[in-house]
Write a new protein. Structure first.
Length: 126
C-alpha cells in the first residue's frame, strides 16, 4: 500500500524495500490470498474500484511474487489468531504469522509494529 501511495508516511521506505525485495535480498516473496483480499478491499474503499482492480491485477501477474491460496491455511491461521494474548493481530495478520513460521527464515515484510515482538518472526525492512 505504502509503495503505491506517495502520501503514505512509509512511502520512501517502501520504495527502498521494494528494491531490496526485487533484488532477491530476502528470498522468495509470498503474497497470501488474505493479504491480496485486504489490499484490494482497502484500495477500493480509499481509491475506487479502478485503482484497486489495477493494483490487484498487477499483484496477481507479478513474476516476483508467489501467490499463496489460504484455504488450506485456515485452521493454522485460526489457531494463531485464537491463541494470541492480546487482540493485536487481525485474522489476516495471524495467517501471515502462521505462514512465516512455516518457512525457515520467518521473514515478514511490513511496517506494522504488531509483528516486531512476535516470537520467531523477523520483520523486514528492519
Amino acid at each position: 500500500m505504502a509503495y503505491h501511495n506517495t502520501r503514505d508516511v512509509h512511502h520512501a521506505e517502501a520504495v527502498e524495500a521494494m528494491g531490496r525485495l526485487l533484488a532477491g535480498e530476502w528470498g522468495e516473496a509470498l503474497l497470501l490470498e488474505y493479504v491480496f483480499v485486504e489490499v484490494a478491499t482497502v484500495l477500493a474503499a480509499r481509491r475506487g474500484i479502478e485503482s484497486a482492480a489495477r493494483v490487484a491485477a498487477t499483484l496477481l501477474e507479478a513474476r516476483e511474487l508467489a501467490f499463496v491460496p489460504c484455504s488450506e491455511l485456515f485452521l493454522d491461521a485460526f489457531e494463531t489468531f485464537r491463541s494470541q494474548q492480546t487482540a493485536a493481530l487481525s485474522f489476516t495478520d495471524a495467517a501471515i504469522v502462521s505462514v512465516a513460521r512455516q518457512h525457515e527464515d520467518s521473514r515478514v515484510a511490513t511496517f506494522d509494529r504488531d509483528f516486531r515482538d512476535l516470537d520467531g518472526i523477523r520483520v523486514v525492512p528492519s
